[in-house]
Design a binder for this molecule. Structure first.
Ligand code: ATP
Ligand code: MG
Length: 294
């Protein structure tokens, strides 16, 4: 197959996606890498040429990568994940509204252009978690105990873009990160960035049926195939606080090969080829499957 990966500078040396690209290449597939934001891209030519079976996005929120992926999608090329689905979760405000409307357990969410506007919210909703709507990697996520502790006007972290605020869901300080690779679910525990007092331990844990059901539902609601769900276990049960397209898949067994295999399967399915592409685990010597060429 011929794949086009959009990889942002931040992930240039990360195992996810660099090792995935290496794995695909080792299996005999061709992978072209575009670096939106750090190199000149012959946009029209690349999209118009249409000589890739699928485009894959591994970029930060708010960067130019998603626009490129949307361009590829708009001219009918297959993308992994679906470009509109990625848009739906990269905006945390949009994701919260859609999640709630579709019955997912998400916190009540407020949006504002400036943090001081959250001072209008009743004190009973505090403590609040305030974060950028297009945030990632824990950037500028804050626990705000009371209205007088809201970030000051012009605060560098919160000065640009839309912000969201949610009541803090009381929890142990350890997140459940649930990863989904083409229908298969895995869970790990990791310290919440709001709880630096917790040990930095990270480990694979079994999934409860309830969390598995919620994580599967997240995929269906947002239309994602490769995704991660951040869950906190609150007093009333699991709550979804974030959904990420193409996350790190840290601690997922055989993550590189699984994700690479999933990309091939999804690219194959998107090309409307008959569904003969085998599911994971891959056969011992994975075949080099051709879709319309190499
Ligand atoms: N409403 C909430 N109640 C309790 N904890 C929350 C809430 N929202 C976020 N958190 C905590 O803050 C963490 C970071 O929030 P979020 O995932 O939205 O930001 P992020 O920038 O995407 O971070 P990351 O890339 O680490 O996932 C969550 O994993 C969770 O531990
Ligand atoms: Mg998150």
């Amino acid at each position: 197959m011929r794949l086009c990966f959009l990889v942002e500078e931040q992930y240039r040396h990360d195992g996810m996606p660099v090792d995935v690209i290496r794995q695909l290449t080792a299996w005999g597939h061709r992978v072209d890498v575009l670096r939106p934001g750090s190199s000149l891209i012959a946009l029209s030519e690349t999209v118009r040429a249409g000589d890739h079976d699928a485009w894959v996005l591994k970029t930060v929120s708010g960067g130019p990568g998603l626009t490129l992926l949307e361009a590829a999608s708009a001219v009918g090329l297959t993308t992994v994940n679906d470009a509109r689905s990625i848009r739906g979760v990269r905006d945390k405000a949009l994701a919260a509204v859609v999640g709630e409307a579709r019955g997912l357990p998400v916190p009540v969410t407020y949006a504002a252009a400036r943090a001081e506007e959250f001072a209008e919210l009743p004190e009973s909703l505090y403590p609040l978690v305030v974060k950028p709507a297009d945030g990632s990697s824990g950037r500028a996520v804050r626990l705000v105990e009371s209205p007088d502790r809201l970030p000051a006007p012009g605060d560098a972290d919160t000065a640009s873009g839309m912000l969201i605020a949610q009541p803090y869901v009381p929890n142990s300080g350890v997140d459940l990160k649930v990863y989904c690779v083409d229908g298969d679910l895995y869970a790990t525990e990791r310290r919440s960035p709001l709880h630096p007092e917790q040990p930095a331990r990270e480990r694979h844990v079994p999934l409860t049926p309830e969390v598995a059901r919620i994580a599967t539902e997240v995929g269906a609601v947002f239309g994602l195939d490769l995704y991660g769900v951040d869950v906190v276990l609150g007093p009333d049960g699991p709550v979804v606080v974030d959904v990420n397209d193409f996350p790190s898949f840290r601690r997922v067994p055989d993550a590189v090969a699984r994700v690479a295999w999933a990309i091939l399967r999804l690219a194959h399915a998107g090309g409307q080829q008959p569904g003969e592409f085998p599911a994971w685990p891959a056969p011992p010597a994975p075949p080099v499957l051709a879709v319309g060429g190499a």
